[in-house]
Ligand binder design. Sequence first.
Ligand SMILES: [Zn+2]
Length: 105
Amino acid sequence: MGLLFAVVVLLAATTWVTRRWRARGRRRLLTTGPGSSVEHAIAVRSFDEIDAVVRTRRCECGRPLRATGEGARQVGPRRFRLTHLACDECEEETVLVFDVTDVVH
Ligand SMILES: [Zn+2]
């Protein structure tokens, strides 16, 4: 009985650690990963690619993120598109930066 209890506790702890680890990975991706800043902007060749990237992004809580707005920024000769994203579940907000210098109009 004591052993079973120990196994249950161990499984619960492992699940918790795994969840925390996954959440931290998602948070790291959102704060330092591709698209997190102008330095780490995601280079795209069309605006469709922006939509495709946005669709693959997940919030820290695991829910899909929704685009809530857009902005533009120019740094020297390079043009950037800032896409604001929000989570409907936990109201976490984030911004993805895309390098749209090579987008053909
Ligand atoms: Zn969320």
